[in-house]
Every structure is written in C-alpha cells, then in structure tokens.
Design a protein around this ligand. Sequence first.
Ligand SMILES: Cc1ncc(COP(=O)(O)O)c(C=O)c1O
Length: 371
Amino acid sequence: MGERKVMIQIPENITELKSYKPGKPLSQVIEELGLTEVAVLWNNENNFGPSPKAMEFVTASLSNSHVYPDPVCTELRNLLAAKWNRKFEQVAVGNGSESIFNNLFNAFFENGDELLTCSGTFVAVYIWAKANNVKVQTVPLSDGFTFDLDALYNAIYDKTKAIYLSNPNNPTGAMIPEQDLKAFIEKVPSNVLIIVDEAYFEFAHDLSTEFPNSASYNYENVLTLRTFSKAYGIAAIRIGYAIGHEKLIEAIMKVKLTFEPSNLAQAAGIGALSDEEYLNKTIENNTTEIKKYYQTFEALNLNYTPSFGNFVMLNFENEETVHFYFEELMKLGVFVRPLKAFGLPHCLRITVGLPRENEMCIEALTEIASR
Ligand SMILES: Cc1ncc(COP(=O)(O)O)c(C=O)c1O
C-alpha cells in the first residue's frame, strides 16, 4: 500500500456550513444565575407539556418496539386525510416537518435548481438548502415583516424550482391573508413549487378569520407543511406532515427513510389528533395571553408586530438594545430568542407561554423598560 496522503474531500457547501453549537445547558444557566423560577420562552414550544392522549398512545405502542414501523404510515395518513378532507394519497408524514422539507430537495430539485424565499424567515430553511447544495435566492420581507409576494413573484426566473413561504412567518409572526395567498398562487407559473409552511396553523386559525388553510387547496404545485411540534406539544417525538397533490406526495414518500417516522411518533400523532381538549386549551391560552403582551408593549412603548403564531416579536432600535433585554430578562429567569441568526439583529422573539410564565415575562419587561 502506498503512502496515504489524501483526506476525504468534504464538499464545499458542507465545509461552509457552521456546526450546530449548543449553548450552556439550561440547567447550568439556571444554577449559575441562582434562579428559583424560570419561564422558557425561546423555542415556540408548547409549555403545557405533551398532549396526554399522545402520551397514552406512545406508551401503548412501546411494547411493539421490536417490530418495524408501518413504512406507509397508513393509520395516521388516513386520519389526517379525513381531518383535512383530502385523499390518503395526498398526505405524507415525516420525522417532523423539517424532515419532509429536507426530503423535498431530493424529491424535486435537480442540478442548478434554486429555492426562492424572503430573508428574515425560518432560519433552518437556508441551512437545509445549503446542505443539499441548493442555492437560495432571497428578497427582503415587506415593511410589515411579512412575505413580499410581489417581490417574490418578480424574482422568479428559469432556475426557480420552488418558493418557500412561512405562514405565519417564524420569527416575525406576520401572516399572508387568504386573498393574497390565492392571488399569488394563481399568478406563479405552475412549474414552480410553492411550499406553504403552516407550522403555527392552529394558532393562526384562531387568531384571524382571514388566515388561509392551504391544505384545502387543490393546486398541482402547492405543498402545505404542518407539524405536531407546536399546538400538539410533541416536538421531541418528531412528527410532521405534508398535504398536496398526489404526484408531489408520492415523490416525497419515495425519498423518505423507509421506516420514518418511528412507530412511537406515528402513535403520538394518532393520539394527539384525538386530543381535542388539549388542543382547545392550548389555542385558547395563546389567543388570550397574546393580548396581554400587546397591552404591555403598548404601555411600555415597545415596537411589535401583530403575530398569528404562539410567539411575538419586538423590534428595537438596534442590536445592543436586543442584547440588553435578552441578558436582563435572563437574569430575571425569562429566556427569549434574539433574532440575529434569523437576519433580524434588531429583533427579539418571545414565545407565548403559560399564564404565570407570561406574567413573569411581562413583569420583567416592565421592570427593565423602567430603568
Ligand atoms: C416555520 C417552522 N417550520 C417548521 C418548523 C419545524 O417543525 P418540526 O418540529 O415539525 O420539524 C418550525 C419549528 O420551529 C417552524 O417554526
């Protein structure tokens, strides 16, 4: 054997990606700051804990852990199809909607195809695209922090394979109303895939009658993404779904990992769908509590964007103020998300939590603003 000289070549797109660097564990931060009560409002999670019915179903399916999961996910897809009045063949499921998104590149993109979206949206999208060696073309968000549909439309060119819309937009909370979304879809060439990410659908639907349900559309080039991670509170279990034309769904199901999602995740989804009580409690809490934030922001003269998700975004004059609020809130036990990584360095996102957590956050904001 000759001398071994050449290392494995890592493709440039992967070399350029930054590794995920976890911060200090939350428990360590809590200990270091000597906090006795905390409000964790940084990940848009459901702080009620998981849906009890989802847990029941997971527990029951544990004894089947020696058997491979149903690769076709028959029961869960049938339930979702019935819920959204679509056919079984029009529903795909995956390890969270992030997995479905990641699979879209395999299913639909060829050499040189690009993804078009706005800067200032769900940051993972840019990472998944880069990992898949897909170029992302961006246009700025509109003044109201929502997707600028005119700018997106004007940016479409022959390499545009797909457009990504987050509705409502994480992290800004702004939404695209039904009328605008439909007009946009009608206009966009039908060979361009429109991905409508409705991770916060259940909250948005309760907050506005103008919020669209793109899962009810029947366009050949529209794919709706939804998740069980937010309103159903099972983010750790990893289950999400897509609804769209059967041709799109077939391609997605072909490229997913054979036994994705696990039997526990499928069971959790099935259980969660039957948990009306939990879902209603979650949505009611969000719709009521979000108003308390608005009242506080107005009283404190803080700039915010009306939100249609389970979070609110504050828009400060500069990055230093964001940092100041972030640090000071943390010292008072309130953990929120500065949005530099999302391309919005002057903004801060707060998840709407349980009443006591929101009260803590509101008291802390009021105290900090008065300094
Ligand atoms: C807009 C948006 N899409 C997708 C996701 C990921 O969802 P999942 O947990 O199903 O992968 C999130 C999670 O924060 C999100 O905010």
